[in-house]
Design a protein around this ligand. Structure first.
Ligand SMILES: C[S@@+](CC[C@H](N)C(=O)[O-])C[C@H]1O[C@@H](n2cnc3c(N)ncnc32)[C@H](O)[C@@H]1O
Length: 332
């Protein structure tokens, strides 16, 4: 079935109205803020323009996936416990709670989750670093008590776009395995940061801004810019079974595709992704310590080159992978 437009849906109107001002405010000198966890390497900001970017991206990603965010065969039930790791604004946690109304849905993030929508009774948010802290150390955003157990807590563990946050992917996937009860499902949505043309040839190998980010974020921080395609192998190594992979085209081509979901995503990407990468370049190069003059000039050169490389182009895309796997029912 072809994807349909998300932009005309009343349910999403609030995500796209009056937001431009906030994003322009960011461009005109609003200070970005970042998470405060000294053990986390995540390089994107955590204040309101980034929240708006994430909300818009989430709506458009839903359109790209034909409104089917969740791929694992999880059935609703009264004792189901579901987790959204790196939940950002909580938009997927909220959708999860609608899709699985009898389940208890939890979101955890390095930064406090902003209040962007009416709270649902089956949603709770926590602050924590999934790379270094077990659930019992996550801080609830409400006044209720936290998790008592650290292993086999959840029936469904979901994460999306942790490419700039996870610094040891095999360990992260093992953590998901450990957090799941036997028979539970993991679902990971992430991309490979390699650009292709229409003929499926790699076009980004010579882009020096991207190679510089590769060497800083992968070489120094331990991220993996090809995590999307590798999740299946890490799931296999961790002991998951019934692993399945679904691929979506993350387009930079607003012009030639006829599919509304892909086209709208492409339109939004070419407009807003350079703003996101601008902040990422600065944060990665300076490690948050501020730039000297040499660094400042290098940053501006990288940003200029990046904007040229990410100009809209027929068939230009990266790949977005959805990988699901089940923890075998008899395994602790
Ligand atoms: C690109 S955002 C994606 C947010 C959300 N998953 C979505 O798709 O809208 C990545 C989020 O992961 C969070 N994050 C990164 N590393 C993390 C970690 N080690 N533990 C918990 N959250 C983390 C960041 O704070 C950020 O909110």
């Amino acid at each position: 079935m072809a994807a349909t437009s998300v932009l005309n849906e009343p349910a999403y109107a609030h995500v796209f109205d009056q937001k431009e001002d906030v994003i322009s405010a960011a461009k005109n000198g609003l200070s970005w803020t970042y998470h405060a966890d000294k053990d986390a390497q995540y390089v994107l900001p955590n204040n309101s323009p980034e929240h708006i970017r994430l909300e818009q991206q989430a709506v458009l990603l839903s359109g790209l996936m034909n409104h089917r965010i969740f791929h694992a065969p999880v059935k609703d039930g009264p004792h189901l416990q579901c987790l959204d790791i790196g939940c950002g604004t909580g938009i997927v946690t909220d959708t999860m709670a609608t899709t699985l109304p009898q389940a208890q849905c939890f979101g955890v993030d390095l930064s406090p989750v902003p209040n962007m929508r009416a709270p649902k009774p089956n949603v709770r948010f926590f602050q924590g670093n999934v790379g270094t802290q077990p659930p019992s150390q996550w801080i609830p955003n409400d006044r209720e008590s936290g998790f008592e157990r650290d292993h086999e807590v959840f029936d469904y563990v979901f994460s999306r776009l942790l490419i700039f946050g996870v610094t040891d992917w095999p360990a992260y996937i093992r953590t998901q395995f450990d957090l799941l009860k036997p028979g539970g499902w993991a679902e990971v949505h992430d991309c490979d940061w390699t650009y292709f043309n229409e003929a499926e040839e790699v076009i980004s190998d010579e882009w020096s801004w991207l190679q510089t980010l590769h060497s800083i974020c992968e070489g120094e921080k331990g991220m993996d810019f090809q995590c999307g395609r590798k999740v299946a192998q890490w799931m296999e190594q961790a002991g998951f079974r019934d692993i399945q992979v679904f691929k979506y085209k993350w387009s930079y081509d607003p012009l030639s595709t006829q599919e509304p979901g892909v086209r709208e995503f492409g339109e939004w990407q070419v407009r807003w992704q350079p703003e996101m990468i601008n902040t990422m370049i600065e944060r990665s190069v300076t490690s948050g310590h501020g730039a000297g003059m040499v660094e400042h000039n290098a940053i501006v050169r990288m940003q200029d080159e990046m904007r040229k490389c990410l100009a809209p182009e027929k068939g230009k895309h990266i790949w977005f992978y959805v990988t699901i796997g089940q923890k075998p029912p008899g395994v602790a």
